[in-house]
Design a protein around this ligand. Sequence first.
Ligand code: ZN
Length: 247
Amino acid sequence: MIINVHAGHNPAGKIACGAVGLIDESTENRKVKEEVIQELRELGHTVYDCTVNNGASQADVLKRIVEKCNAHTADLDISIHFNSAAKDEEGDGRTTGTEVFVYSASSSAAVYAEKVCSEIAALGFRNRGVKYSSGLYVLKNTKAPAMLIECCFVDDRDDVELYHYRKMASAIVRGITGKNAGTADVNPNNLDNQKKEEQGTGQEAEKETEKAPLYRVQAGAYTIKANAEAMKEKLKKAGIDAVIIQA
Ligand SMILES: [Zn+2]
């Protein structure tokens, strides 16, 4: 499939950024977006990132997102958002949950939307279901069938405690493709985060690699390319074949 993916709104702190609660929509939707794109690509899909980071206003952000989406002939447009106004910052033991918008019941995105809702609900979020809206700009103006995912609520403690961006992203990908991405590659830029998460995501990683394990050996991770090349040389001299992979 050819899939357009974008995170809604400008980045956190800018004009026209997303909802802010216990977590920040514009920060989390970008994390989910990155992971969704990576997993879809691992599964062999062509993915375009249509996120806009420098819109002059909310209307401008939306207009530019749609321009980016419509520059490609895609099978599906995916807009990633987080909801707000649950007003449960204390936590009442129940999530407010997830919902996915499509333009109408006859949109070809509706079937994917149902599955995305089910997969996110399977993580433990309340399933608010698929909703129809002919008024949402992205749904109305993109050429490809589109869905707007409200992952969960930024101002509900129960949602926030259950939420993890990688699990959310994997659920979205499973909803769209029916598959788990084969590998959870280490992004050298996120090594610190990965280390912190290793314990928490052990089970998930095990599940994800059940079908086709792929073990990569890593000797280093660098933000400066020359350092990566130096390590490659060192390995070469030691008789070890090495490649540099940019993540
Ligand atoms: Zn939003």
